[in-house]
Design a protein. Sequence first.
Length: 385
Amino acid sequence: MKYDQLLMVLLLFSVCIILSTSFVSAANNTNIHPANTTVLTSNSSPDTSPPITTSTNPGKSALNVPVNQHIKITYNEPVKFESSWIELRNSDGKLIPITKSISGNTLTLIPTSPLNMSTTYTVSVHTKSISDLAGNGIAVNSFKFTTAIRIDIINTKTGGNIKKNSVLYNYIPKTVLSAQIISKAKTGTPIVTFGDSNGPKILIVAGVHGNELPAPAAAMKLINYLNGKTIHGTIYIIPFAIPYNSAHTLRYWKGQNPNMVANVYGTPTNIIVNLAMKLHVNALGDFHSSQPGGVPGKDAIFCTKAPTYKSYEIASYISKNTKTSLITYKTAGVEYPGALEDECNLHGVPAVTCEVLEQHGKLSSDKLNKSYREMIALLTYYNIL
Ligand SMILES: [Zn+2]
C-alpha cells in the first residue's frame, strides 16, 4: 500500500509539473500575441496616399490606335468613383460620350460610338474624380492618343516604289505615315481617308501624270498635315494615282495618256471616276503641273460649267483664293474627252483640275506649296477643316 501511495504522489506531482509547464507556456504565448498585435497597429498609419497611375492603354501619345479601342487606366491600388469627372475630347475640344466603369485597380472608358480615324483624342481623369477605397482622391491625369489612319488600295495593277524617284521622295515628309503609304503604294494605288462620315466628302487626286511631281509631294504634305486633325467631313486623298509611273517619272500608262481614258472601262482614271461616284463625293480635285509652253503653260484652275455647274463655283473660289488664272469651258467632254475632271462632271460629280507651272520630272518647294494651297482652297470651300 505504501508503495502504491508513493506511486500516486509521484504521479500527481508529475501531472502538476506538466500542467504548470503547459500553463506557463500558454501564459507566455498569450503575453507574446497581444504585444505583437500592439506593435503592428501602432506602426500602420491611416492610408493617406492617393492612387498612382501605373499604366494606360492606349499608352501616352500612342499612334495607330483602333477606332473601337476601350481605354483602360490602371492604378497601384483598388479605386472607386468620387466625382466621376472623366472626359474624352477630340482635337477640337468636343466632348465624346463614354461609359465609365471600375473593376479593382482598373478604370475602363468605352466611347459610345466608334472614334474617328486619324484623330487625336485627350483623356482627362480630373482631380478627385476617383479615389482609393480609403477615399484618397487622385491628382489630375491627362494623356493623348491618335487613332489609326485608313489606307486602302483601289487598283492593284499600278504599284511602284516611290523611293526610286529621288526628286519626288526628297520632298515627301519623312514620317511613319509617309512610310506606310509608300510601302502600300508598292502594291497599287493607295487612298488615304480622313474624318468621319458626317459632312461633305472631298476626293483629292495627284499623280495622274507620273512625270508631274509637285502635286504628289503636296498631297503627301497635306496627308501629314491632316493626321490627327478633326475633320468636319471626309477627305479622301490619292497621292499617287499610278505609283509605278510616279516611281519612274512616266507620263503614259500602257501607251495611253491616263487623262484621256477616264471614260474607258478599267483604266486607272476610270477606276477613280467610279470610286468618286460610289463614295458620293461632293467634289473631286485633280492636281497636275504643266510645263512652260505646254497647256496651259501656267498656274491655272480648269473647270467646265455644264452639266455640273458647281464645278465652276468651286474653281472660281480656288482661283480667287490662290490668285490663280481661271480657265472655263462650256461643256464637259468636248475639249478634253476622257479627262478625269470631265468624266466626273459628266457624271454629276463637281470636279476641277488645278495646275501649277513646273518642268516635268522637276520639283521646287515653291510649286509644291502652290499646289498645296490649291488643295487647301478646295477643302476650305467646303468648310471641312
Ligand atoms: Zn497632268
